[in-house]
Design a protein around this ligand. Sequence first.
Ligand SMILES: *[C@@H]1O[C@H](CO)[C@@H](O)[C@H](O)[C@H]1NC(C)=O
Ligand SMILES: CC(=O)N[C@H]1CO[C@H](CO)[C@@H](O)[C@@H]1O
Length: 511
Amino acid sequence: MCGISALILADHGASACPDLFESLGLLQHRGQDAAGIVTSGPKGRLYQCKGNGMVRDVFSESQLAGLVGSLGIGHVRYPTAGSSSTSEAQPFYVNSPYGITFAHNGNLTNADELRVYLDKIAHRHINTDSDSELLLNILANNLQKTGKFRINEEDIFTAIKDLHCQVRGGYACVAMVAGYGIIGIRDPHGIRPLIMGRRQNPAGYDYMFSSESIVLESLGFTDYEDVKPGEAVIITQGGHVSRRQLVVAEKIAPCIFEYVYFARQDSVIDGISVYDARLSMGEALADQVTRSFGKDLDIDVVIPVPDTSRVAALELSRKLNIIYREGFNKNRYVGRTFIMPGQQTRRKNVRRKLNAMTLEFHDKNVLLVDDSIVRGTTSKEIIQMARDAGAKKVYFASCAPPIRYPNVYGIDMPTRQELVAHERNIEQVAEEIGADKVIYQELDDLVQSVRRFNTSIQTFDTSVFDKHYVTGDIDDRYLAQLEGVRSEGTKSRLSIDSDCVGLYNSFQTKP
Ligand SMILES: *[C@@H]1O[C@H](CO)[C@@H](O)[C@H](O)[C@H]1NC(C)=O
Ligand SMILES: CC(=O)N[C@H]1CO[C@H](CO)[C@@H](O)[C@@H]1O
């Protein structure tokens, strides 16, 4: 996952950098691998600072002072499969046309085709493995086609509309055109979140885009609203806001994992409070526990695996009428294990991160509650810690259903083989992680826990649970390719909408 922000101030003499810097700190949970800010100053000149590491480590005070200008964009990145060293930190920049900078959150599913297109047809050099560089160059190339000295709003909307035809996947993006303004883009399925808000001050309104509403709230922005799936928003330096619905997808499918794990609980995405959704998940999970245990409900205490699952565990304990206790103490100065690359680091990290208190475990049957079970290595370690602390029986409940398939839209899930629930039933998972019993949320219950707060959303992206990939372009061959198992004849193919054909008229990959 990544986090993005963009800011444009009404007062052209003021500096956008302090708020952008703070916004990245507030988005740090979405990525701790790299961070970057680009601002646009007088004469449309761009100023940039980016690098690998946590937000507080990437920017020094003097570097921040050098990021002048009243508009800018920022990004925090987490590593995806082996990309931490090969991909450059964002934002990315192209000097032609107009000087555009770009940052995004998500992952494309037709990156290979786009690479070929940019190389063979657009003659644009791509220097990294990052999807952002592809998106930026597609946008730049579409704008270039206007052949104009100065672009207007219409040109930008057209370029973005074409971009939606050309790219597939989940992507929420912010862009800045030097000396012109900032742009927010959300993919037609609305898989990745993007929200905008405004803040009044004597000079007029400041505007901001961000991945999560908590950023806007913390920085004093109000009236926030999600950028709609398939919508683009342009905000010029004159403070003019244009929103346009460019593409209407058959299905809107926001990523359900934002609610389960990624987003901060004090954020609201697509009108749904993450906190409310997690409470609901706990309530539904309580019913599942009751169904699963039947008459033999022999749980003495409910203990959350900190931090994400606390809210759900609390509600679950209330509903089951079983006492809730904090049995694990967290060392808050160690990073989240899910985000660290490499199995070895992950294993050691659990015990560095958590400590089980004998007081709460000794001689008890405990129900541990976590947001999800991914590889199972963390769960296994935690269960062992509970046993070492004297627990009699250790039950493990997950707010999410079994994760059996990879995520291709920007969440760093391991390959199928590494997922503990892949090709294992619940009893086998319990055995694998060493639990006396595992209780998984039902998928329907998870979806209802979120959807009840915005029933206008018919579907969510639940591909990691049910293998239903909303972009319609993911098959076993694609997944095998992801896993590095290159089979014969996996040449990239183009699947494009009929109304997009013109964009590709001179471009077909050979069979
Ligand atoms: C529900 O979600 C849709 C899709 O993102 C959004 O357009 C709508 O504004 C949301 N409803 C509320 C009440 O926020
Ligand atoms: C950030 C990013 O671009 N991540 C990955 C997106 O998916 C492709 C596979 O299609 C990976 O190669 C990228 O590294």
